[in-house]
Design a protein around this ligand. Structure first.
Ligand SMILES: O=C(O)CCC(=O)N[C@@H](CCC(=O)O)C(=O)O
Ligand SMILES: [Zn+2]
Length: 329
């Protein structure tokens, strides 16, 4: 982590998963506040029927922008706690990796939210995912119909759309439309509709807890305390609006919509991508162009146009090394 002494106190506290100041304020204002595990805080109203909102940050330890954004927002909300209009679960994901300013310690935490973990079982992140799953299940077990999970990330490499979201297809229609409306308010540039889980946290919440769950990419990885949050002002305003139960605002932007055509899975150590790993997200490839090869398997573009997202040859064998998407609108 950056030199913590120079960080604004609210940012330092959230990055260290120290909820004490915030927890006290909401508890004093009459909310039921609990910390079911390290890095997890729930704040519930004593009145039933509020929307349930899970906000997660730091699922990858080097993705620091969302930690800053949520820290400032939560700090401001804690000054007027009675304005919180939802039941809130806040999850700081990979606490150990945040401390070390690394994506993960042993393995990618955002691939652990699946029934079969194979070679990922036994890692530090498998244990952390179990803790997060238990707390998430408990949180949504008490929830009414309106359920959200906003899992805030940042991308490793540049992107044609600096902000974008991955939305599980299986979310029920009404909730999906509400989520897409919210992503518009947040000025998210592109939405990728995803038909199948890659073991991610937001897909898990959507599939198992009927949440309007999404992974949101806000810019690129950077040093804690040094992110330019002005690029995500609309996202901050939209999140603030949701937590305070204010009426939806007009979309700041209509997102470009894509759908996942195929996940490129790394099959062996022979996996080689046809382009550099700095290739920006949403780079377009034409039918027949090579994407990657892995021994005898050659991945080529099947549609007239496919765009590559998250190209990463360095993932473990068996995991997604890239996502090919096609344009819907
Ligand atoms: O930029 C990258 O290569 C990774 C950024 C990131 O962590 N993205 C998430 C997306 C999760 C999803 O598909 O919903 C991830 O790969 O875990
Ligand atoms: Zn991430």
């Amino acid at each position: 982590m950056a030199d913590n002494h120079t960080l604004p106190p609210a940012v330092r506290a959230l990055a260290e998963a120290d909820f004490s100041a915030v927890a006290n304020r909401f508890a004093q204002a009459g909310f039921s506040v609990s910390q079911p595990a390290d890095g997890i805080l729930t704040i519930r109203s004593k009145q039933a029927g509020k929307p349930a909102v899970l906000v997660s940050v730091g699922v990858h330890g080097d993705e620091t922008g969302p930690i800053e954004l949520v820290a400032y927002l939560l700090d401001a909300l804690a000054q007027e706690p009675h304005k919180l209009a939802v039941d809130l679960m806040l999850c700081v994901g990979n606490i150990g990796a945040i401390r070390q300013a690394k994506r993960f310690i042993d393995a990618d935490l955002n691939r652990m939210f699946r029934a079969e973990r194979g070679t990922l079982a036994g890692t530090a992140e498998a244990a952390r995912a179990d803790v997060m799953i238990a707390a998430t299940s408990e949180f949504f077990a008490h929830a009414g119909k309106e359920r959200w999970h906003l899992d805030l990330h940042t991308a490793i490499r540049p992107s044609v759309y600096p902000t974008f979201a991955i939305v599980p297809d299986l979310i029920a229609d009404e909730a999906k439309q509400q989520l897409i409306g919210w992503l518009g308010e947040a000025a998210i540039g592109a939405i990728i509709m995803n038909p199948a889980s890659a073991g991610t946290y937001s897909y898990y919440s959507a599939e198992h807890h009927a949440a309007a769950g999404t992974t949101i990419e806000l810019g690129r990885i950077g040093t804690l305390g040094q992110n330019d949050l002005s690029q995500f002002e609309e996202a901050k305003v939209a999140l603030n609006r949701l937590l305070r139960g204010l009426p939806p605002a007009k979309a700041a932007k209509e997102a470009h919509v894509f759908k996942v055509a195929r996940n490129i899975i790394k099959l062996s150590d022979n996996f080689k991508m046809a382009f550099g790993k700095e290739t920006q997200n949403f780079t377009a490839l034409k039918k027949g162009e090579e994407i990657a090869r892995d021994g005898d398997t050659v991945y080529t573009v099947q549609h007239d146009e496919e765009l590559v997202v998250f190209p990463n040859p360095d993932v473990r064998i068996g995991l997604r090394a890239g996502m090919m998407v096609t344009r819907v609108k």
